[in-house]
Design a protein around this ligand. Structure first.
Ligand code: UDP
Ligand code: MG
Length: 309
């Protein structure tokens, strides 16, 4: 018998917890046929509603359901890490509790693992039901990441992924505090099969992400997997030096030929504000990396458990 660990991060999802279980066990006959045992690890990411007690109810019915409760909200990245750390399975799959990662895809995903792939990842080909601005910026983000990072990141990739133990152990080796799992999956490598599906809207409740959170998360992704912005700051410095030298030459020649040393106050103001803007921007980029480094060197734990069943 092989064991499959299913990791389900939940944050204020009391309505979806039982729903997910029902959908998931529809695969029971498939698991029996393939001789796969499973454990369902709900990671309660500091929910303020009845998420934990809903999971406990399921645990009383079915011992294969487990609960890991955080002491506060640490974020989905931390929940996925905790799940992987606690998982015992030969295979591990991460799924959203809102059923946006259809459990019905599992048999297909297993067929690729049987063919020898180390991991089967999913991406949605449509972004139906998502605000257009959000889709636009998401696409921009992936296009930019393709250019500035060597790590492979797919547009529309979800965290829904089936992996072998070997790959999960590799991911657990990466103990960074600022986690961007989509990049980490790509960074560790291994043979990955991508399967595509149409976007599904969440069954109940609301998304935990707003535009601002996503923007901050994308900065996380950029600083974690690329140093291109730092090079950009350096290049800007060189460009402005060249610009300044040309300007010095121009002004010397103009003064010698026309003898007009004082005019040019408006242009001076424009140049000063432009250059100080660029300077602050570049300083901000350096600051971002410094802040991330500061958080890393503190070596704080990625999550704290309050309860474990
Ligand atoms: N989630 C979490 N911690 C958080 C935010 C979200 O564990 O701080 C979980 C959430 O319960 C869900 C999954 O992460 O199972 C995806 O969240 P959501 O559906 O809100 O994101 P979306 O699908 O809109 O990208
Ligand atoms: Mg969702």
């Amino acid at each position: 018998m092989k064991l499959l660990s299913v990791i389900v991060p939940c944050y204020n999802e009391e309505e979806n917890v039982p729903y997910f279980y029902e959908e998931f066990i529809k695969n029971e006959s498939f698991f029996k046929e393939k001789e796969i045992d499973w454990e369902l690890l709900y990671v309660d990411d500091g929910s303020k509603d009845k998420t934990a007690s809903e999971v406990k109810k399921l645990h009383e019915k079915d011992e294969r359901v487990h609960l890991f409760s955080f002491s506060r909200n640490f974020g989905k990245e931390a929940a996925m890490y905790a799940g992987m750390e606690k998982s015992k399975g030969d295979y591990v799959v991460i799924m959203d509790v809102d059923l946006q990662d259809p459990p019905a895809l599992l048999p297909e995903m297993f067929s690729y693992i049987e063919q020898g792939y180390d991991s089967v990842a999913t991406r949605r080909v449509t972004r139906k039901g998502e605000p257009p601005i959000r889709s636009f910026f998401a696409r921009m983000f992936y296009r930019m990441m393709k250019r500035i990072s060597k790590t492979e990141m797919m547009d529309g990739a979800r965290d829904y992924r089936l992996m072998t133990r070997q790959m999960v152990d590799a991911i657990l080796e990466m103990k960074e505090y600022n986690r961007f799992t989509k990049g980490i999956f790509g960074w560790v490598g291994f043979n990955t099969k991508w399967i595509e599906f149409e976007n599904v809207e969440r069954v109940k409740g609301e998304t935990k992400w707003n535009f601002w959170k996503l923007l901050l998360y994308s900065i996380e992704g950029i600083t974690a997997f690329s140093t291109a912005p730092l090079s950009f700051a350096a290049v800007m410095g060189v460009l402005f030096c060249i610009f300044a030298f040309i300007l010095i030459g121009f002004i010397i020649v103009r003064t010698l030929v026309f003898g007009d040393p004082v005019s040019g106050w408006p242009s001076l103001v424009c140049i000063i504000s432009l250059i100080s803007g660029v300077q602050l921007f570049c300083l901000g980029i350096v600051g971002q990396y410094l802040a991330k480094t500061y958080m890393e060197v503190k070596r704080r734990p990625i999550y704290l458990l309050k309860e474990e069943i």
